[in-house]
Design a protein around this ligand. Structure first.
Ligand code: HDE
Length: 706
């Protein structure tokens, strides 16, 4: 973020810097003592006249505001957006999208949906991806998710789907989980949810990091050009770091080891200068192509348009390069709304979009305590605000002058209405007629073809994970009829999927086969989005102990750190270990304060044979292997790997394979350096590549206890 960033300059004067400052009351009066209440004698009653005590307590008593009714748990960052060029100029008058010299400040909040504000970061859940663009034409909010479709087709069902997924009303359980009775009861009775449910059962629902997930506007918008011509648009964010996820066992363990896992990752990567980066892309559909996609209505947000039919055109890049100064003031008080549009961007007739346009503003009135929440610094546009809106709780502006109405002559007719020619927002003219009725379009009726498309497009490991997720989730549902109904739906998506899930949840496998249409959309698989090979911001654990041979470890550490990764040395105790040559080597953490689930890859150092008898170390290695993470085994570190009983050794194929090349099968992502040898370039490149590829699902892991 550059110093002349207009949003930053706006926020700067609002920052309260407490350094070198004396303690005052809210009235700016210097405080004599903030540790003792004013009393009638040291053991006497407190006195009402102690205004400092009453103010301090009153302010504390009112610190909490209602959390968001959905997406309560979130983390955010400042950044900027810059378009690559003027490719969108024929389609939109929005300058921030078409002028490559314009760098627009942004504030982006990521969130989970189900859990409350203090819940864990890694449940199986949808993630919010909401960006406020502070453009010179006003604020534009792109309020999206990390999945391109939604559960329902009509906003009137939103309270139902959210009630069903949230903790159950009688006992407020479970927190941050969809694996419970009411969610699956609802889903089983509302088949329009199935497409989104397929995404929810996939690894997309457990992202490794906010840096490694896609974002989607979900609803269809319109771009509008200078002639007033509109083009339908679907928004896509693609992370530069690739799309990567956790594995489910790991996600559950992280919830205990570090419930702030994704928040910490976002914060630390920005502090370390490994700035999260996303490319903005658009799918453009000419208005006369509205009905060109068989089985897909653009206004139905349970459907996507396959990228193979309408490619995603990259138009610009967002970089998140500054952490907020204060969580409440910025991340909690930010208010996104789909109706924050700028000239050149408009709604489509997507009914969900209209429901959302009402709901966000409505909920924010309560959550932020009145109609002036747009004046809260994080919500304020950088474009000037001048209108006749007035009064209400917490008015922070001082409107000057007599005329607070339009038209007026007493105020010189101001603020004047600039009109379309003056750059105003103009709703796209559209002829609309119809019969008033509570009816859904027939074109919304197909609830199975796209779930099948999603399933067909998955790689083998993604399919395995989806089956396992269904087994886990339905396994938590007591009502057998709900499990049975769900298996029935899955059978209409894909027979093999239904049979596999039925076997895990005690339901008789269906015998009737619905024909699978066989279509695929390769772009839907996250395996197709490995990223550009960077390992910046990835975390690597190096297991060390007394006797460690430092050479190969230091070479490996230097190479990884040089590539932007963070390497932490873990030992049985904190402090330092003594190397083979008798030198102290500083340790970052005692192993028992952390866990393999908090790292992306593991190095087992040379000379640490002593760890063979350390159950924690052996478990660390076995668990990392089971979670498909890259392992670098240096020299006699192989004894620890052996103790973990990994198939690498059982197959005794290690000796016959070249030591420094990524391999398939059990050795996929496992690299060795011979005892006493230093780490060579081929090994280092191979390890970096293995980390960039993230997970190595080719391995047989079923028999490994971890
Ligand atoms: Fe939201 N949604 N939503 N939603 N949503 C809210 O607004 C709502 C939907 C999304 O970080 C609320 O200020 C309705 C789709 C995100 O502050 C609320 C419907 C998508 C966030 C609301 C939807 C989203 C919200 C709660 C059905 C993906 C967090 C607090 C018509 C495109 C924004 C708030 C943040 C938040 C309503 C459907 C994404 C209640 C009625 C589809 C990322 O107004």
């Amino acid at each position: 973020m550059s110093p002349e960033d207009p949003k930053l300059s706006q926020l700067d004067p609002r920052r309260m810097d407490k350094r070198d400052a004396a303690l005052t009351t809210d009235q700016g009066v210097l405080v004599e003592d903030t540790d003792n209440t004013l009393r009638a004698g040291p053991r006497g009653p407190s006195l009402l006249e102690d205004f400092h005590f009453r103010e301090k307590l009153m302010r504390f008593d009112h610190e909490r505001i209602p959390e968001r009714v959905v997406h309560a748990r979130g983390s955010a960052a400042h950044g900027y957006f810059q378009p690559y060029g003027d490719a969108l100029a024929p389609y939109t008058t929005a300058r921030f999208l078409t002028d490559a010299s314009v760098r627009t400040p942004t504030f982006t909040r990521f969130s989970t949906v189900q859990g409350s504000r203090g819940s864990t970061d890694t449940p199986r859940d949808v993630r919010g991806f909401a960006t406020k663009f502070y453009t010179d034409q006003g604020n534009f909010d792109l309020v999206g998710n990390n999945m391109p479709v939604f559960f329902i087709q009509d906003g009137i069902k939103f309270p139902d789907v959210i009630h069903a997924v949230k903790p159950e009303p009688h006992h407020e359980m479970p927190q941050a989980a969809s694996a419970h009775e009411t969610f699956w009861d609802f889903v089983s009775l509302q088949p329009e949810t199935l497409h989104h449910v397929m995404w929810l059962m996939s690894d997309r629902a457990i992202p490794r990091s906010y840096r490694t997930m896609q974002g989607f506007g979900v609803n269809t918008y319109r771009l509008v050009n200078a002639d007033g011509r509109a083009t339908f648009v679907k928004w896509h964010w693609t992370p530069a770091a690739g799309v990567h996820s956790l594995v489910w066992d790991e996600a559950q363990k992280i919830s205990g080891k570090d419930p702030d896992f994704n928040r910490r990752d976002l914060w630390e990567s920005i502090e370390a200068g490994a700035f999260p980066e996303y490319e903005l892309g658009v799918q453009l559909i000419a208005e006369d192509q509205e009905f060109a996609f068989e089985g897909v209505d653009l206004l139905d947000d349970t459907k996507l348009i396959p990228e193979e039919l309408v490619p995603v055109t990259p138009v610009g890049r967002m970089v998140l390069d500054r952490n907020p100064d204060n969580f409440f003031a910025e991340t909690e008080q930010v208010a996104f709304c789909v109706s924050n549009l700028v000239p050149g961007i408009d709604f489509s007739d997507d009914p969900m979009l209209h429901a959302r346009a009402f709901s966000y503003l409505d909920t924010q009135l309560t959550r932020l305590g009145g109609p002036n929440f747009q004046q809260i610094p994080i919500n304020q546009p950088v474009a000037p605000v001048t209108n006749h809106q007035q009064d209400g709780f917490h008015q922070h502006q001082i409107p000057v002058g007599q005329a607070n109405y339009h038209p007026n002559s007493l105020g010189g007719g101001c603020p004047y209405v600039p009109g379309a020619d003056g750059g105003a927002f103009v709703h796209t003219p559209e002829r609309v007629d119809g019969v008033k009725a509570r009816k859904r379009s027939e074109t919304f009726a197909d609830h199975y073809s796209q779930p099948t498309l999603f399933w067909n497009s998955m790689s083998a490991w993604e399919k395995e994970h989806i089956i396992a997720a269904f087994k886990f989730e339905l396994g938590k549902v007591n009502a057998m009829h709900v499990r049975e109904t769900m298996v029935g739906h899955l059978n209409r998506i894909d027979h093999a999927l239904a049979v596999a899930v039925a076997a895990g949840v005690g339901v008789v496998a269906p015998t009737d086969r619905h024909a699978n249409h066989g279509r695929v959309s390769p772009a839907l698989s996250q395996a197709a989005r490995p990223g550009g090979g960077s390992i910046a911001g990835r975390k690597v654990a190096a297991l060390v102990a007394d006797g460690v041979a430092a050479a190969s470890l230091e070479t490996t550490r230097a190479a990884l750190t040089g590539a932007g990764a963070v390497v932490e040395l873990l030992a049985p105790t904190d402090g330092a270990v003594t190397t083979a040559s008798g030198d102290p080597l500083a340790v970052d953490h005692a192993m028992n304060t952390t866990g393999s689930v908090l790292y992306d890859a593991v190095i087992v150092a040379d000379g640490v044979a002593g760890l063979v008898n350390d159950g924690f170390a052996v478990h660390f290695v076995a668990e990392a292997y089971k979670h498909a993470k890259p392992l670098a085994v240096l020299g006699t570190g192989d004894t620890v790997v052996e103790a973990a009983r990994l198939p690498v050794f059982e197959a005794s194929d290690r000796a016959t394979e070249p030591a420094s090349k990524p391999m398939a099968g059990a050795l996929d992502g496992v690299l060795f350096v011979a005892p006493g040898a230093d780490a060579d370039a081929a090994f280092l490149d191979g390890f970096i590549d293995a980390i960039a590829r993230h997970r190595h699902y080719d391995r047989p892991v079923d028999g490994i206890a971890a």
